[in-house]
Design a binder for this molecule. Sequence first.
Ligand SMILES: Nc1ncnc2c1ncn2[C@@H]1O[C@H](COP(=O)(O)OP(=O)(O)OP(=O)(O)O)[C@@H](O)[C@H]1O
Ligand SMILES: [Mg+2]
Length: 245
Amino acid sequence: MIQVSGLSKSFTDPKRGTHLAVDNVTFDVCAGEVFGLLGPNGAGKTTTLRMLATLLKPSSGTATLSGFDIVRQPEQVRAQIGFLSGDMGLYGRLTPRETLEFFGSLNGLDAVRARRRIDQVFLMLDMNSFADVRGDKLSTGMKQKTAIARALLHDPPVLILDEPTSGLDVPTARNIEAAVLNAKQSGKCILYSTHIMEEAEYLCDRIGVIDGGKLKAIGTMEDLRRETGKQRLREIFLDLLGLAA
Ligand SMILES: Nc1ncnc2c1ncn2[C@@H]1O[C@H](COP(=O)(O)OP(=O)(O)OP(=O)(O)O)[C@@H](O)[C@H]1O
Ligand SMILES: [Mg+2]
């Protein structure tokens, strides 16, 4: 469902000159699969996910989502995905319910379907206790849940989630993990990034480790164990970065 081929992105800025944030990255993600993108800070995860979500243009390489090309068919690509990223602005004056109603109408959901879907998503993410509280009065985790609810709302076949559980408490993170597994079971294709090793071990069918813009390894936990001779993902990860565990 997601096919990424030789994707690269270079940035030019005054201090650093031109540097490759994403360097010739190739991988794919199937329907019903959770693929985790792991890497240290600045490795190129967000840049990769933003290119796939059509928010950034690749410098070279290609990718398709459900067969649509991210450069040539950005609108069709956007219709396929629910995207969550840390810098996702929510409106302080709107409640989670109003936010979702607004995005539902933007995504062409009629009012009745939208209401039904919003109720489902609120229940799934345990949001009913704050569904009608203004955005600027919500805690970090409540805002994060609202952003995730927004990504799930139109029931897209592909989910691209950039650190969905960052900053969340354990019960809330577990809610999000359950929502991801639920989406996987209903056949969705899920690509997400995280720094939380236990979570990646638990959720991901396959993992890609990126460092300095390059994919260092890709595979199931078993594949990565074989490749590194280490057991736990934390050790595997450090090994692939060339660091001692
Ligand atoms: N708009 C931009 N202009 C210039 N450089 C950028 C831009 N966005 C990202 N970069 C650079 O690209 C590299 C990769 O950044 P990216 O945000 O993709 O990392 P990341 O893997 O998501 O890291 P983190 O774990 O900290 O979120 C970094 O060196 C970053 O400084
Ligand atoms: Mg990032």
